[in-house]
Design a protein around this ligand. Structure first.
Ligand code: P6P
Length: 341
């Protein structure tokens, strides 16, 4: 008998029929974001041949130089999601303020936040990058008025969906709607996202940490102690050797941790007290934290769950420690008494 592949479309329809977890508008949102990630993957894979490499010549709200792909992917997500009637507004790492749905289109109940190309500086050197997205529901009273930035300032616990696409040797989509983590591979011949992993769980006990060691002198004493013990390996208190990975792309590092375990740290550091960390809460830490928790992991700011943080600004940054619960909890225990950031 033909074993038909479980495509994203069929998965979403069956999840709605079996669990009622994916209302029609949310299903449309996820399908449109997934279709946009297919198009972004095509542009990323074209690289130099598509004229998409290099700097765009502008800076984003973070003061970071925008790559051509940052701007292109941002436009692709906006264009694809404006007309469907599923969104109230959008926000992106690449835009200073929120993007309202033009009056010529119907509005929906969801808010989409995204980092169109996370780790974009890696594209020019052919390393994996990705698109991260997070979905919130607009406040009830927003239906009768224009959405404002403060409508986005909801804790990560209120996300109704989150995911990422990773553009690497394969193009993969990793998604949660709050009932487990599901992994899809892009079948370029069919043009379909095909389910390859159901209810993904982070393997425990993997002795592998991901951190940018060049920032060591800026870390809190707790993080320095944790990393020192990893580096001491079998000769130190952990009595086991650790491996280290750092790709410079959160999507690639978190995907590796979801698939084979370990811990990712971009912790608070003392370089700029106004910036408690490098990564952004609303469209990097929250969606990744939602996925990590749904896969049985832990996601904190070093001490407390990221998803419980009450945001006070759209582009606020936060320290991040996420992955194997035992390792994340150890970092939190070492922070006892010296909470930083
Ligand atoms: P650094 C990419 O710019 C990013 O936001 C994350 O994807 C990545 O984990 C981090 O910054 C890398 O930062 O300081 O090592 O270049």
């Amino acid at each position: 008998m033909l074993t038909r592949p479980m495509t994203l479309t069929r998965f979403l329809i069956e999840q709605q029929r079996l669990n009622g977890t994916i209302p029609a508008q949310l299903r449309l949102l996820i399908e449109i974001v997934a279709r946009t990630c297919k198009a972004i993957s095509h542009s990323v894979n074209k690289g130099a041949l598509g004229g998409v490499l290099g700097n765009h010549g502008t800076d984003n709200v973070q003061g970071e130089a925008q790559m051509k792909l940052d701007v292109l992917a941002n436009e692709m997500v906006l264009d694809a999601n404006e007309w469907g009637g599923h969104l109230a507004a959008m926000a992106s790492e690449e835009m200073e303020t929120i993007h309202l749905i033009p009056n010529r289109y119907p509005k929906g109940e969801y808010l989409l936040l995204f980092d169109p190309i996370d780790g974009s500086s890696n594209v020019d050197v052919d390393l994996s990058v990705g698109t991260i997205f997070s979905v919130l529901t607009a406040p009830d009273d927003a239906s009768g008025r224009t959405v404002v930035e403060s409508d986005f300032l909801q804790s990560g616990r209120r996300q109704v969906a989150a995911g990422y696409a990773i553009y690497g040797p394969q193009t993969l989509l990793v998604l949660t709607v709050g009932s487990g983590v599901y992994e899809f591979a892009l079948d370029r011949e069919l043009g379909s996202w095909v389910l390859i992993t159901e209810r993904l769980r982070i393997p425990s006990g993997k002795r592998e940490f991901a951190i940018n060691m060049s920032n060591q002198r800026h870390w809190s004493p707790a993080v320095r102690r944790y990393i020192d013990e990893c580096l001491a390996g079998a000769d130190g208190p952990r009595e086991a050797n650790f491996n280290m990975r750092w790709t410079g792309s959160m999507v690639a590092d978190i995907h590796r941790i979801l698939k084979r375990g370990g811990v990712f740290l971009y912790p608070w550091d003392g370089r700029d007290p106004k910036k408690p960390g490098k990564l952004r809460l609303m469209y990097e830490a929250n969606p990744m934290g939602f996925l990590i928790e749904q896969a049985g992991g832990r996601a904190t700011n070093g001490v407390a769950p990221i998803l419980d943080v009450a945001p006070d600004a759209l582009h606020q940054r936060i320290g991040v420690v996420m992955g194997d619960p035992a390792e994340v909890d150890r970092v939190a225990a070492y922070h006892d008494g010296d909470v930083a950031g």
